[in-house]
Design a protein around this ligand. Structure first.
Ligand SMILES: *Cc1c(COP(=O)(O)O)cnc(C)c1O
Length: 371
């Protein structure tokens, strides 16, 4: 394929995405809610959703109602769950577009109920319980009463119940077991009252891999779908494949004399006669402005030198004597027998692979490839 027009771009391998989804399905033996918030972790939400539907995905989760409405525009069928807070004024649109909302407090529930009744319709909700993440969710103590209350609210249809793990990627920690126990207690009480909703779910990607007894009716997977390890303590099985590569191009090559200052504030000064290239990626693309970056050029790992600019940065090319303007440069991905992973970049940047890929800016084209 020819990517000639692009100076920086990502390549999204949709067959790898489909493969990873099938792996998750077979590991969990459950329907998988494909978590495609934040533009499918930077991979491109709409194309990802369509590719997942081709292999049977029926459930999608996003963080915000705005993402859900965009997704619904692109995929008329499929269940869509909003994981975050939705203002009551969106309820009529959620009903119209068949979007499921998350609910966890009674004031918001009352406001949803009023909005739904105005239209003489019902809004579908999943109730979120806080079993230990201390983020969204009704407390374990109030959960049963809240479900009883919701049951009496006109215009609200409780279809699901879920919680979210705080430490599932650290399998040795006891907190997840305690979260599962609390969740199970709530479920037992609800079952006794015949109030257990149809769809119960808890596990994220790490939960699926580490806590087989917490799979309930559905599992919610993000990072593993993209072929990225949930953490360095929770690695994916070998059958998973990374979906995203990130590439750019050499846009200039020059030889400088010793003592030449490179880029803003001359934080790099050449020591010798040095070959310095420019590549077309910068911090406004999501390539972090820090000093320990490197990329692949003609199969060699070469260091970025000097301050990273908004749209460009400089690269030390002494080890690549035959480099030419237009050469492809790999930021994440494979070149010849060399590879740079999102996990390696995360380690350089002091963050996690999630932030690396979801931070790739919207202006970077997502090019679909299937290998
Ligand atoms: C993002 C998110 C997920 C997916 O987590 P991964 O670790 O990417 O699998 C699942 N559930 C909730 C509530 C989330 O916010």
């Amino acid at each position: 394929m020819n990517f000639e027009p692009f100076t920086t771009w990502t390549e999204i391998n949709l067959s790898a995405l489909q493969n990873n989804y099938k792996q998750l399905q077979s590991i969990s033996n459950r329907p998988v809610i494909s978590v495609i918030k934040a533009n499918a972790y930077g991979h491109g939400m709409v194309e990802a959703a369509k590719a997942l539907q081709q292999v049977g995905a029926e459930w999608f989760a996003v963080a915000r109602i705005e993402e859900a409405l965009d997704l619904r525009n692109a995929i008329p069928a499929g269940k869509i769950l909003v994981l975050g807070y939705t203002a009551p004024s969106f309820v009529p649109q959620a009903i119209l577009q068949n979007i499921c909302l998350t609910i966890y407090d009674s004031d918001t529930a009352k406001a949803y109920s009023l909005q739904a009744q105005k239209n003489q319709q019902r809004v579908s909700v999943h109730v979120k319980i806080d079993t230990g993440m201390s983020r969204l969710g009704i407390s374990v103590e109030q959960a049963v009463e809240f479900l009883q209350f919701l049951h009496t609210m006109p215009g609200i249809s409780v279809e699901g119940l879920y919680t979210h793990f705080a430490c599932a990627d650290e399998p040795e920690r006891p907190e997840t077991l305690s979260q599962i126990r609390k969740f199970d207690d709530v479920l037992d009480s609800l079952s006794a009252l015949q109030l257990r909703p149809a769809w119960v779910h808890a596990s994220n990607s790490a939960g699926v891999l580490n806590f087989p007894h917490a799979r309930y009716d559905l599992v919610r997977c993000g990072i593993a779908q993209y072929g990225l390890h949930p953490s360095d303590k929770t690695l994916l099985p070998a059958a998973f494949q990374p979906v995203l590569s990130w590439k750019t191009r050499i846009t200039s090559v020059k030889n400088f004399l010793p003592g030449t200052g490179i880029s803003y504030n001359h934080r790099y000064i050449t020591k010798n006669n040095e070959k310095i290239g420019v590549i077309s990626v910068g911090y406004a693309d999501g390539f972090r402005r820090c000093f320990n970056n490197s990329v692949l050029v003609r199969g060699k790992l070469v260091p970025i030198v000097g301050t990273i600019c908004m749209d460009q940065c400089m690269v030390q090319l002494d080890s690549v004597p035959d480099v030419k303007i237009g050469d492809e440069v790999v930021i994440i991905g494979v070149q010849d027998d060399q590879k740079i992973t999102a996990e390696q970049i995360a380690a350089r940047w002091g963050t996690i692979n999630y932030e690396v890929v979801s931070g790739i800016a919207a202006r970077v084209p997502r090019i679909i490839v299937s290998r």
